[in-house]
Write a protein that binds this ligand. Structure first.
Ligand code: C5P
Length: 233
């Protein structure tokens, strides 16, 4: 049976991670959280004592990590993403506000993006995979059969990020989280390479007033229809 590549793009806090995990589980597809790759590069830069803006140092680092296959994505017992950096589990360490900002800075650099491109294409080569990110439908898999652009209002997204952090016991300030979400949106959508934008053929899903289950159902229904069309005699 042929199975499509599913691309789920959208801004920070739109609910991509939760939705991607559930869509992949429902369809029996593999999930790939591409943001985790950029976060891992940011963490590696910090560990190496390099500034996120030091393009030369971060570029060399990203190319080395990619060629050594030192960033590995797997899944944890809850179906979430497990991330290994040079063999160490950094799944928690990459989920901080600092690494979100760091990922947003390193991901604007051409060398970093091209270092991670082959890895992402490899992961989706055989279909049956859900990739979530910013440029999956536009750059990584422009030919993906099923593309979605998941979004929500800034207030809703800031509130979700805030709740997520609170759940992890991180003391955050809602206004500050909102400013960070806005800053990340601005940086991600205005960068010259692979900016965050909706692919022309992506279905837009605004999750501001939808339950997670409604978003998942809408996406799964569309992917099943595409699967059926791909396998039609
Ligand atoms: O989705 P997540 O918040 O983990 O992504 C962190 C950052 O990585 C984003 O703000 C974005 O700058 C970058 N990113 C990207 N392209 C992707 C996925 C993430 O530029 N495909």
């Amino acid at each position: 049976m042929k199975r499509p590549v599913v691309a789920i793009d959208g801004p920070a806090g739109a609910g991509k991670s939760t939705v991607t995990r559930l869509v992949a589980a429902t369809l029996g597809y593999v999930m790939v959280d591409t943001g985790a790759l950029y976060r891992a590069i940011a963490l590696a830069a910090k560990q190496a004592g390099a500034s996120f803006d030091d393009e030369a140092a971060v570029g060399v680092l990203a190319e080395r990590l990619a060629s050594e296959r030192a960033i590995e994505l797997g899944s944890d017992e809850n179906g979430g993403t497990r991330v290994l950096l040079a063999g160490s589990d950094v799944s928690q360490a990459i989920r901080t506000l600092e690494m979100g900002q760091g990922a947003s800075k390193v991901s604007a650099q051409p060398r970093v993006r091209s270092a991670l491109l082959a890895m992402q294409r490899d992961a989706g080569r055989n279909g049956g995979v859900v990739l979530e990110g910013r440029d999956i439908g536009t750059v990584v898999f422009p030919e993906a059969e099923a593309k979605f652009f998941l979004t929500a209002s800034v207030d809703v997204r800031a509130r979700r990020r805030f709740d997520e952090l609170a759940l992890k016991g991180t003391d955050a300030d809602l206004e500050q989280v909102k400013r960070e979400v806005e800053e990340r949106d601005r940086r991600d959508s205005t960068r010259p390479i692979a900016p965050l934008r909706r692919a022309d053929d992506a279905m837009v899903v605004d999750s501001s007033n939808l339950e997670v289950s409604e978003v998942v159902e809408a996406i799964v229904a569309r992917v099943r229809a595409i699967e059926a069309a791909l396998n039609a005699p």
